[in-house]
Ligand binder design. Structure first.
Ligand SMILES: C[S@@+](CC[C@H](N)C(=O)[O-])C[C@H]1O[C@@H](n2cnc3c(N)ncnc32)[C@H](O)[C@@H]1O
Length: 251
């Protein structure tokens, strides 16, 4: 259990002029929560990206009500940068209001970027989307619906975007002759994740990256299952990041 001595020390550091110490207090608060709840995600707070105010302010503007995916958006931005000298287009399956698409587009504003979404939310979850998460599925059809208008508003400063409204994989055939260097898959469910991998994997250029947002999310067991099934007989291995993202770098 967290000791009184530690709490007193944190209180003194809170009043300190030293930003390093004040930051430490924040970390100690998380540690108190971890010790109270027994299991709470903790990670070292002294990281350069946590001082990237341009990134953090943009994130806050795009997702004011959701502080939980800053780390995933940062990873996405960095992989977009990583693919900057690789040939190919970019695509996203599942955009919601466009926060992830914004970070992709802003990092590579001259690369054609194709976005696929129903704009009617999730499709109907199936059995795979419920495995190991108890009697009630976390997701239901229509969750996370947003409008194409909202997406266009979010991305209005970019000229490299095309949107494909419809249920995945209905509109994939319209880009079947293209090659891709970056594909972000974020559809939460088994079937559209499998359909997205099936279509995009063979169209990736060498060195290109597929980022699966939900791969290691316990709320999205279908996304994990689809990825494991699809990659079973492939040369590449999925890199499972602590953010829960799954990364495939095409050989
Ligand atoms: C988690 S949200 C995407 C969040 C977004 N990538 C971000 O980080 O800002 C999931 C999106 O997938 C879309 N979606 C889910 N299943 C779909 C399907 N079968 N076909 C098309 N879109 C789908 C939903 O409409 C929703 O916009």
């Amino acid at each position: 259990m967290y000791s009184i001595k530690r709490i007193l020390k944190s209180a003194t550091w809170l009043l300190s002029r030293d930003p390093f110490k004040r930051r430490r207090v924040r970390q100690e608060c998380a540690r108190i929560a971890a010790s109270l709840f027994g299991d709470f995600p903790l990670s070292d707070d002294y990281k350069l990206w946590r001082e990237d105010h341009a990134f953090l302010n943009t994130y806050k503007k795009l997702s004011p009500g959701n502080p939980y995916s800053q780390d995933r958006k940062f990873v996405l931005k960095e992989f977009t940068k990583y693919t900057s000298s690789i040939p190919g287009y970019m695509a996203e399956c599942g955009c919601y209001e466009g926060a992830s698409a914004y970070f992709i587009a802003s990092e590579s504003p001259d690369t054609p970027f194709m976005i696929f979404d129903s704009f009617e939310g999730l499709s109907d979850p199936d059995k795979s989307d419920q495995e190991n998460i108890g009697a009630h599925a976390y997701w239901k059809q229509g969750d996370l619906s947003s409008s194409e208008l909202k997406l266009k508003e979010t991305l209005k400063e970019f000229k490299n975007i095309s949107t494909y409204k419809g249920w995945i994989p209905e509109r994939f055939s319209e880009v079947k002759y293209e090659r891709f260097k970056l594909v972000h898959i974020d559809v939460d469910l088994y079937q559209p994740t499998l359909d997205s991998l099936t279509f995009f994997y063979p169209r990736m250029t060498s060195g290109g990256v597929i980022i699966m947002d939900d791969y290691g999310a316990t709320t999205c067991p279908g996304a994990y299952k689809a990825a494991e099934e699809f990659m079973k007989n492939k040369e590449e291995h999925i890199v499972h990041l602590p953010t829960a993202q799954g990364i495939i770098i095409k050989l």
